[in-house]
Design a protein around this ligand. Sequence first.
Ligand code: NDP
Ligand code: 2IT
Length: 450
Amino acid sequence: MTYIHDTIVRLQKTSPAQAEFYQAVEEVLDSLQPILETSEQYKRHAIIERIVEPERQIMFRVPWVDDQGNVQVNKGYRIEFNSALGPYKGGLRFHPSVNAGIIKFLGFEQIFKNALTGLPIGGGKGGANFDPKGKSDGEIMRFCQSFINELYRHIGPTTDVPAGDIGVGAREIGYMFGQYKRLTGNYDGVFTGKSLLWGGSLVRKEATGYGCVYFAQYMLEAKGDTLAGKRCLVSGAGNVAIYTIEKLYQLGARPVTCSDSSGTVYHETGINLETLKELKEVRKVRLNEYVTAHPEAKFIPAADYPADGNAVWRIPAELAFPCATQNELSEADAQALVANGVIGVSEGANMPSTQDAVEVFLDAKICYGPGKAANAGGVATSQLEMAQNASMQRWSFEEVDEKLKVIMKNIFLSASGTAAEFGEPHNLVLGANIAGFRRVADAMIEQGVV
Ligand code: NDP
Ligand code: 2IT
């Protein structure tokens, strides 16, 4: 399709060296072919040209002093991508791999994900190339304060509302909120994922993982199947992976793996959730320590992974939940999963499957829930946190969880209904991209050329 090619060539010139961003754009544009070819108005209003260009990108220096008294400098980002549907909303990622292209791909995905939730939130993302691993609490605090010394002027409860992502959890949100409050004097809902002590919402911590499992449940239900008794592979060992595993147990499934950048744990009788939480939420140590507590489990070091992929996806199972990071599941991994009889994949992470891997899943016609649909429970519950903050209310765990379930169900129905409308009922990539896009594009048209 020439417009896809033309758009990517243009982006390569105007935004050079942003491979993950081109990948995300290409996937969305590919799905949009059926509507772009028939709709004159999207062309006339230059929706594609506008939607791939962020409304604003902020890049800034983040200087801080480490425990040895040395000055360190990181690079901070906030990309305010699209505000057609509401204030910019999306997480902050602190990881050494962060660069403008990674934040841009995440921000781009966020636009359509947030639109799919049906809630009034625009798309944004931010972060820094800061590595939280091995840093003391004091170093984390000083970094967060310096980060906010610049970012505070760009965010606000009705303009841009950050949350967590990789490397950013309740502790970091706490330090950032504290500094924001000190600089502005405002005690307002400018972040989500806050502590329950001071404005956080019940279920936000669990929401991405729980939502990703609810999404798998709805995909299976539509085929007359359930999660009960299913062997599941989960990658990652952070916020999303932990609460994916928790919900899988609650719904009668058996998660047998988890992983971090050091390697994969394979525990045939099922991952011990208590041990995992102790290692990752409390002690914040590497996953190889898991086998000390459970010698019957196997640890596969990352150095022993196959050259063309990730060991976690080579273990036979019926369901797979990629919950670590982008492009963690290769074409060869997807082929191995399908050959081993996988019936469903629900993505907790953002863009974890490469484009070729996605093709393998679609060709095999298994249940495949792309990240922007399957992991939208996190940001949706963030919006529920914003709603509680704005109305000075506090909802119970059950109330928020029920709303989360309804939102995930509606996302599934919207993606699958749209996929069916375009004659490819199993293709939730097509369904999710078109359903999300239409909401944003129609709002942009109604708001004029801005
Ligand atoms: P965490 O920081 O809590 O955990 C990330 C996990 O993924 C860790 O186990 C980490 O291992 C692993 N990981 C991260 N980067 C790499 C890498 N380059 N190679 C191998 N392993 C890696 O983050 P979250 O659980 O919050 O996020 C996981 C994914 O879910 C991300 O893609 C994020 O964008 C997405 N997501 C998160 C949401 C949220 O609400 N938190 C909402 C929607 C999506 P290690 O510690 O060794 O680096
Ligand atoms: O990728 C994501 O959707 C998130 N990291 C959560 C964003 C949010 O604002 O809760």
